[in-house]
Design a protein around this ligand. Structure first.
Ligand SMILES: Nc1ncnc2c1ncn2[C@@H]1O[C@H](COP(=O)(O)OP(=O)(O)OP(=O)(O)O)[C@@H](O)[C@H]1O
Length: 355
């Protein structure tokens, strides 16, 4: 998605997330399954008087992984130490962080799939035995000094759980798979946020914003702020359905939440490649974007919205994609045939081998 799109799930300047973050598990909307599982993990540990198992939060950006990590610490009554995979370039950076932990602390590593190899290897021992081996010196004279660290809980967040190494993944006692939110859940998210921000949001306005938020609370909150601006500048400050629609038209977010780049991807797939199959790199070049942006930001939602299918031979536009662009789908477009005929051809794990 282009960096300035209001429909991107990535953080943008001005998002001011702290104000709207749910602080406790009861305030956290949706993700019922994850919440129930997490509650059991936390309560079980509390009853035993031990720190909970390490937790991996996996899912697309903006679904509440950082919020959940903060909630885990809050529910445990513990302090949260924050860092990220890219910040842990050297094992020494991680060793310093680990040795400063106090018993029961929660260490949150965002983007844990981007952690450097030496730091990752140090993490194995830390997670398993609450110990790190600090290597002093270089070459044949180098010695390894074992260092005890306080029992802690690691919470890792990743948008790409498939790229985590097996040994790291295996050391998490619990993996929470975060799902996109339903429109009804996003409706609750925007109404909660409107109350906090003091926005006069009507029921039909909330539904309109929720429906265009790509299943993502971060986007829902951002759209709410943009619609509020519009309501205050061009209307009477009240967010109704018509106001929300007019505002989101200005920001190029269509009724399904697709923005310019999503439509460009679908447009290229349909018009330049006859609906596919085509590899993601080729598609990215056609729309002038990084393959990773198309793959990590556009695709998850287009697949979920039933517009794009990942097949072993590449990406394919579904009948809904053709219709959404106002075009007649060809007879072989997925979605027009009986599900059994094309279902076996669709393999989400094959996406990475398509290019
Ligand atoms: N379940 C929820 N209920 C209410 N608000 C939520 C929920 N999940 C997320 N939010 C809102 O969405 C915003 C983004 O959430 P958060 O930063 O936790 O996402 P994330 O998954 O960590 O994203 P990233 O992976 O990009 O860092 C938060 O500011 C919060 O206000």
């Amino acid at each position: 998605m282009d960096g300035d799109s209001v429909a991107t799930p990535e953080v943008l300047p001005g998002d001011d997330e702290a104000t709207l973050r749910p602080k406790r598990l009861t305030e956290f909307i949706g993700q019922e399954r994850v919440r129930e599982q997490l509650e059991l993990v936390l309560q079980g540990a509390a009853q035993r008087g031990t720190p909970p198992d390490h937790v991996l939060l996996a899912g697309p950006p903006g679904l509440g992984k950082t919020s959940l990590a903060m909630i885990i610490a809050a529910e445990m009554g513990s302090a949260l130490r924050l860092t990220s995979g890219p910040a842990l370039e050297r094992a020494g950076d991680l060793a310093a962080m680990l040795s400063n932990l106090v018993e029961g602390d929660v260490l949150f590593i965002d983007e844990i799939h981007r952690i450097a190899r030496p730091a990752e290897e140090m993490l194995y021992l830390a997670m398993e035995d609450f110990r790190v081996d600090v290597v002093v010196g270089k070459g044949p004279g180098a010695t390894s000094i074992p260092l005890e660290i306080a029992p802690f809980t690691l919470v890792g967040a990743t948008t790409r759980s498939g790229t985590l190494t097996g040994p790291l993944r295996d050391r998490f006692g619990f993996t929470a798979h975060m799902e996109f939110y339903s429109t009804e859940e996003l409706d609750r998210v925007v109404r909660r946020s409107a109350t906090i921000l003091g926005v006069d949001l009507r029921a039909d306005g909330a539904t309109e914003i929720a429906g265009r938020s790509r299943g993502t609370p971060r986007i829902a909150n951002r759209l709410l702020r943009r619609v509020r601006d519009f309501a205050e500048v061009r209307a009477d400050g009240v967010v109704t359905r018509d106001v929300a629609r007019a505002a989101l038209e200005v920001y190029d977010v269509d009724e399904l939440g697709l923005d310019r780049l999503d439509r460009a991807v679908l447009g290229a797939l349909v018009r330049s490649f006859g609906g596919g199959p085509v590899g993601v790199s080729t598609l990215a070049v056609a729309v002038g974007e990084e393959a990773s942006t198309v793959e990590e930001v556009c695709e998850p939602y287009l697949v979920r919205a039933g517009m794009l299918a990942r097949t072993p031979r590449g990406r394919v536009a579904t009948a809904s994609a053709w219709s959404h662009l106002g075009l007649m789908p060809p007879v072989n477009a997925p979605g027009l045939m009986a599900p059994t005929l094309f279902g076996s051809d669709i393999d989400s794990d094959a996406a990475h081998t398509a290019d």
